[in-house]
Design a binder for this molecule. Structure first.
Ligand SMILES: [Zn+2]
Length: 531
């Protein structure tokens, strides 16, 4: 593995390409079998894929390695790429495009965000969804446990339309989070209709991924049906020991919807633990109105008792003796607790581990600014069944990581490498070609990114070169800040961002925008939209 700058002499013909990735095993992203070929890149695009290509100004020797389209991670929270533009945890994992704005949360001004991302120069490409919770929060100012008024609904429609015109790829919801949790299905259908007019996708962190998953799936599909919009189930999973094994039921519901004509896909990260705010263990009614309102309720003994009683039911429902599936990842008020299981954290803080003390600790942490947490709540069998489904793509659910900060979920560093190592090489759950398809062409097609996700002439030159024998995630739940092994080269828009396993200073990332007009209009750049 080396990169040559060939001296240009009179006797040699001029290089035909800016960069040639030579002698690798090419997997083009469509699911077609690997084949030996070179990849020739000119400017930011792939100029040719085939055997025996002419010389490149620079060349990468890919013999013994697999050459694939750069990975497209459709489920991220990478809005923080503006402050961490190298996005090292993504690019070192082979990711060349991320979609942010998932689970209902997005920046206020998506056009400004995308422009800023390009102005500041980031290492990878980024697309954005408009988040329903963000829109709802802005339109309904302060009071959320109610339906929107007519005027508020109009405001929300206008905000979704503005976002779609600025290039958003679709609408996302997070129906376990405030304030989205209080929205009824008809409100979501109404807003999804706006996104649908602009060719958008509807992605949903559903209202339940456990006991009530059936109803949650039906609601998600109802949005697809009611709004005429393709639907993406975010981070598909079955949470809670009592729900383990229900994968056939879940996949059956999704298959039936497809048979009916709905476009339904899903994304998944390759771990049996999830991660979100510790506040998820606290009832939504207690958190409504923000931290001041929450602390006020907490100070009221009757309200606090009601919260505790509801929270105490959760472990029992999941057939757990206590909150032993919860680990603190990023506790704002006491960093020493990061990485500890909740029972152990409770023992350190309170000297005892009974349920009441664990609940008290959760409430007190929330009152002091909250915490990120990791929840070990899924089973391997369901994970593999969801992974095998051909409509499932690979998505990390991660933001850009700040090296060494707190003890976050390892998915942010190693999700794609883990699929390739554990689920392709070790367990044989997927073929290599199928795994790559789930990281490339399937996400590109689902989110309408026409010029990425395949290795073919004319496509953007986003390429990852990895060793299928040694690629491996090295990030663990205990030590998550660790880059994968076996991914020596990553190219974004024709520029090398990872060279011999080290990130370069290149920042060639671009904004990935949707079509920005509805089907009846002309494109902002002129010319009619052609479906
Ligand atoms: Zn989510």
């Amino acid at each position: 593995m080396f990169m040559l700058s060939l001296p240009h002499t009179v006797s040699e013909p001029p290089a035909r390409f800016d960069l040639v990735i030579r002698g690798g095993s090419v997997i083009d992203g469509t699911g077609s079998p690997a084949r030996p070929a070179d990849v020739g890149i000119r400017g930011g695009s792939i100029a040719a894929v085939g055997p025996g290509l002419g010389r490149g100004r620079r060349e990468i020797d890919a013999s013994g390695l697999t050459v694939a389209p750069g990975f497209i991670d459709v489920h991220t929270h990478a809005e923080n790429v503006l402050v961490l533009p190298s996005a090292a945890n993504f690019v070192r994992d082979g990711v060349t495009t991320v979609i942010a704005g998932n689970c209902g949360e997005s920046p206020d001004d998506i056009g400004a965000f995308l422009a800023e991302a390009e102005r500041r120069r980031i290492s990878l490409n980024i697309g954005m969804l408009v988040g329903h919770s963000s829109v709802r929060e802005k339109a309904m100012g302060g009071s959320f446990d109610r339906p929107p008024t007519f005027e508020e609904m109009q405001t929300m429609r206008g905000m979704v339309e503005a976002a779609m015109r600025q290039g958003a790829l679709g609408l996302s919801t997070g129906l376990i989070y405030l304030p989205g949790v209080f929205a009824k299905t008809d409100e979501i259908i109404d807003l999804a209709r706006v996104a649908a007019r602009f060719g958008g996708v509807y992605t949903s962190h559903m209202r339940s991924e456990g006991n009530n998953i059936r109803a949650a799936l039906e609601e998600t599909l109802a949005v697809g049906r009611g709004a005429g919009i393709p639907v993406q189930v975010s981070h598909i999973k079955l949470s809670g020991d009592n729900n383990w094994g229900r994968h056939a039921e879940v996949l059956g519901v999704l298959d039936a919807a497809r048979a009916e004509g709905l476009r339904v896909t899903q994304d998944q990260y390759a771990y049996t633990a999830s991660s979100t705010g510790l506040g998820q263990l606290i009832p939504a009614w207690a958190l409504e109105g923000g931290s001041v309102a929450f602390r006020k309720r907490l100070a009221d003994p009757a309200e606090r008792a009601r919260m505790s009683a509801e929270m105490a039911e959760t472990p029992a429902r999941r057939r757990r003796p206590d909150f032993n599936w919860v680990t603190l990842a990023d506790c704002r008020c006491n960093r020493k607790l990061n990485g500890l299981g909740l029972p152990e954290a409770t023992r350190r803080v309170k000297g005892q581990v009974d349920m009441a003390s664990q609940i008290d600790l959760i409430l007190e942490i929330e009152a002091k600014g909250g915490a990120g947490a990791v929840f070990h709540g899924m089973c391997e069998e369901d994970l593999q069944a969801f992974m095998r489904d051909r409509h499932t793509m690979v998505g990390s659910d991660s933001g850009v990581r700040r090296a060494g900060k707190s003890v976050p979920h390892p998915r942010g560093y190693g999700n794609n490498a883990r699929v390739l190592a554990r689920y392709v090489r070790e367990k044989g759950v997927l073929t290599l070609e199928e795994a790559i398809r789930k990281m490339t062409s399937l996400p590109a097609e689902t989110f309408g990114i026409a010029d990425r996700g395949r290795l073919a002439a004319g496509m953007a030159a986003d390429v990852v070169v990895f060793d299928p024998e040694s690629v491996a995630d090295t990030a663990t739940f205990v030590a998550p800040h660790s880059f994968p092994a076996g991914i020596p080269w990553v190219v974004v828009n024709g520029e090398v961002v990872v060279r011999n396993g080290k990130q370069t200073a290149a920042r060639p990332g671009r904004a990935v925008r949707g079509r920005q007009c509805d089907a009846a209009e002309t494109r902002p750049g002129g010319g009619a939209y052609e479906p």
